[in-house]
Design a protein around this ligand. Structure first.
Ligand code: SAH
Ligand code: SF4
Length: 340
């Protein structure tokens, strides 16, 4: 357990008898200033100093940076971090015209096994703790501050792992990161991407979590989807669509649907029309992602993205083709995997 695992309320509960101003000071040091040396912090008054000495085991140990790579266009930075137990995760920073977005990992590996995804190909090792998710943001914010580039304003949970398979840790981390007293990343600027974990989608709706939801579809029939996404066998497409309709009705928000476009696999006009029928009357945005190459999958990126997009647009869906970023440093979608 580290300080980074605690929401503001949980931290406050650990400081009984101390005035709330001390909790605020500590919170600000962690999330506004990104301070690494808390013990020697000049703003810590004696009661807080004493509390901190008594709770020194809570002092967060920043993950070790194994390496950082910058894409040749300079817009993407991939960071390989080593956790306390030696496992490694990746975090990606994307800078589009001065607006920085971090792509966070939520697990070491992934249990869902999507055939085209490098993380899926490596299998599942373990869940990340809230603090390990939060630490990825702190690392990127430190770098941005060193370079005089401001602070992160957007987060996407599209790195390694399936966020809704690690629901509680992810929600705790997002509560910490969106807290206005600290890192203050607005909930509407945070997107959770899921492969379609039905109970997780229902829970998000019931708890009315204020984040954006993206659902990875890749196929518009149960049969076609199950060939790319093995977990479709556990949570079939009709159940997934029911959960999505429940979510949009309950939260009055739209859903982003993601579709990785693979040549001659899921990029035909008929498949675009089937997708439009599947999403009929749904408040939906569609993101098309050209396949990024991975070693364990022979498919090619689709050359028919524009055709696919026009059909969906004509059917009335706002549709975008995701810009390909960071391909040369293997930081594109689905390429986050670690050898060894
Ligand atoms: N597990 C979650 C979030 C991480 S994957 C999910 O699956 O949604 C983030 C996105 O990258 C998903 O839409 C996923 O389908 C896509 N993706 C995975 N591998 C890819 C690849 N090789 N090329 C393009 N997109 C890929
Ligand atoms: Fe896991 Fe998402 Fe990759 Fe599928 S695409 S294996 S759910 S990380």
């Amino acid at each position: 357990m580290s300080l980074l695992d605690l929401t503001y309320i949980a931290l406050r509960e650990k400081m009984p008898g101390l005035h709330e101003s001390h909790t605020r000071t500590l919170w600000r040091a962690l999330y506004r200033e990104n301070a690494t040396d808390l013990a020697g912090h000049p703003d810590f008054l004696p009661p807080l100093k004493k509390w901190f000495e008594l709770h020194s085991t809570l002092q967060p140990q920043p993950p070790m940076v194994v390496h950082e790579t910058q894409s040749s266009d300079g817009h993407t930075r991939k960071v390989l971090l080593q956790l306390a137990d030696g496992h490694r995760i990746e975090t990606v920073l994307m800078g589009f015209t001065g607006r920085f977005t971090a792509c966070l990992s939520t697990q070491v590996g992934c249990a869902m096994g999507c055939v085209f995804c490098a993380t899926g190909q490596m299998g599942f090792t373990r869940h990340l703790t809230p603090g390990e998710i939060v630490a990825q943001v702190l690392h990127q914010n430190r770098r941005l501050r060193e370079n005089g580039q401001g602070q992160l304003r957007n987060l996407v949970l599209m790195g390694m792992g399936e966020p809704l398979h690690n629901y509680d840790a992810v929600m705790t981390a997002l509560e910490i990161l969106s807290d206005t007293r600290g890192a203050n990343i607005g909930p509407t600027r945070i997107s959770i991407s899921t492969v379609g974990v039905v109970p997780g989608i229902i829970r998000l709706a019931e708890e009315n979590r204020p984040y954006n939801l993206a659902v990875s579809l890749h196929g518009a029939t149960q049969e076609e989807r199950a060939q790319l996404v093995p977990t479709a066998k556990k949570w079939p497409l009709d159940q997934l669509m029911d959960a999505c309709r429940f979510y949009t009705a309950k939260t009055e928000r739209h859903i982003f649907f993601e579709w990785t476009l693979i040549e001659d696999t899921n990029d035909s006009p008929e498949q675009a029309e089937a997708l439009a029928r599947l999403l009929e009357n749904m408040p939906a945005h569609i993101n098309l992602i050209p396949l990024n190459p991975t070693e364990g999958y022979a498919g090619e990126p689709s050359s028919n993205a524009m055709r696919f997009k026009s059909i969906l647009r004509a059917a009335g869906f706002p549709t975008t083709i995701r810009q390909r970023r960071g391909i040369d440093v293997a930081a594109g979608c689905g390429q986050l995997a670690i050898a060894g």
